[in-house]
Design a protein around this ligand. Structure first.
Ligand code: PLP
Length: 421
């Protein structure tokens, strides 16, 4: 097994990872999972405290998900959506339209949150061109936004730490503070050149679980209507139950013009993403072949049948296991348990929306990597976490039991308490 670690270090380049650091330290290698637990190659067991990077919903190796995936493999693993249909992709599109806000009627598939965002941006841009609003070419984005790592999605991002170096490669967008007034001012001033605004609903995840002002989403909907601007909502992190409702938009009764989904869409089993839009936007792409109104975009594995089958099973499990109903009590328990963190001297703020939690630490320099130190303590105690800088993130699978949730919080509390102050 030590061999496997050496092989990793010889051949792999890990994402969002300083590899010098990776090479100098002992690393965990995960071999299997079961429910909310991960097991490393040495047989150690850990609670998956961040749902394997915010994707897992019903637990690892869920019987129904595994069965469904195997069954689909016995039919076909992949067939293209370029010029052909496939059974699970059709069934899933119908389901997604049924469960998302009412104005969303059409589904465009891709493979990651970043591509779902790229597609949203290109659709919004091309839509404006094709309905004759040819000056509308720019995007409004919010400070601290995160929409993915590809060049387009970074262009609408607002996290300097990740994005600064790429600046010369990016297209310009209009960045505003996430406040109704600031957004209204920007729209008032620039609306003639704005194709769309893109935002995460209610909470900015990667920024460190920053809660947006209540009512902002709804206000943006109203402003978009007023100023004739498309509203793109990035539900990649918040979708599929994370906030306590199926989609965060439901909290404020908002139906965007374009919605991006990924992460939890397959229950965290396979890469799949979807960009949904309205009949009105879709209709602007219809025309004679020679008119070139086609949406010229598509990834090779778009709408992969196995991934779509997993996504269908994911939605069925939501119903069968009453995932959202059961989640409400766990959200409450989480809120109660988080009270215990507030008196800690090194805790600056505790932020929670449903099953998304950020515990911001204070009193440390960037160099100290306090978030990293905390997660190493958590590992010793049996939990896998992944911080965002000095913010400890908790985002367990929705299927976690109350006892497991308590254990995760106990481990996290101990880990934050023990690191040096
Ligand atoms: C994770 C995330 C993305 C990017 O998704 P990938 O699958 O990593 O490309 C985009 N938007 C939000 C809000 C996210 O949390």
């Amino acid at each position: 097994m030590a061999n496997l670690e050496q092989t990793d270090k010889q051949y792999l380049w890990h994402p969002f990872t300083q590899m010098k650091d990776w090479l100098e330290n002992n690393q965990l290698i995960i071999e299997r999972g079961d429910g909310v637990y991960l097991y490393d190659t040495k047989g150690n067991k850990y609670i998956d405290g961040v749902s394997s990077l915010w994707v897992n919903v019903h637990g690892h190796r869920h019987k129904k998900l595994n069965r469904t995936i195997k069954k689909q493999f016995d039919k076909i693993a992949h067939t293209t959506l370029l010029g052909l249909g496939s059974v699970p992709s059709i069934e899933l599109a119908k389901k997604l339209v049924e469960i998302t806000p009412k104005e969303l009627d059409k589904v465009f598939y891709s493979d990651s949150g970043s591509t779902a965002v790229e597609i949203a941006l290109k659709i919004a841009f091309q839509y404006q061109q094709q309905i004759g609003q040819t000056k509308k070419k720019k995007f409004i984005t919010l400070d601290n936004a995160y929409h993915g790592d590809t060049i387009g999605s970074v262009s609408v991002g607002g996290i300097d730490l990740f994005h600064k170096i790429y600046k010369p490669l990016l297209f310009k967008s209009i960045k505003v503070r996430p406040e109704t007034k600031a957004i209204e001012q920007a729209m008032k001033k620039h609306h003639q050149e704005i194709a769309a605004i893109i935002m995460e609903p209610l909470i900015q995840g990667a920024a460190g679980m920053l809660l947006l002002p209540e009512g902002l989403l709804k206000a943006v909907r109203r402003l978009c209507d007023k100023y004739n601007i498309l509203m793109i909502v990035d539900e990649v992190a918040t979708g599929f139950g994370r906030t306590g409702k199926m989609f965060a938009c439901e909290h404020e009764g908002v139906s965007p013009d374009i919605m991006c989904l990924a992460k939890g869409i397959t229950g965290g089993y396979l890469p799949l993403a979807a960009t949904l839009t309205t009949q009105e936007v879709y209709a602007a792409f219809l025309g004679g072949h020679e008119e070139l109104k086609t949406f010229f975009h598509g990834h090779t594995y778009t709408g992969n049948p196995v991934a779509c089958a997993a996504a269908l099973a994911n939605l069925e499990i939501f119903k069968q296991e009453k995932t959202l109903q059961k989640l409400q009590a766990k959200i409450k328990l989480l809120r109660q348990e988080l009270e215990k963190f507030k008196p800690l001297k090194n805790v600056k703020e505790v932020r929670q929306l449903g099953f998304m939690v950020g515990i911001e630490l204070q009193g440390y320099s960037f160099k100290e990597r306090i978030g990293h130190q905390v997660i190493l303590e958590a590992r010793k105690r049996g939990a896998i976490l992944r911080p965002l800088g000095d913010v400890i993130v908790l985002m367990p699978p929705l299927s976690i039991s109350q006892a497991e949730l308590k254990k995760l919080l106990k481990i996290t509390l101990e880990s934050i308490s023990i690191v040096k102050r």
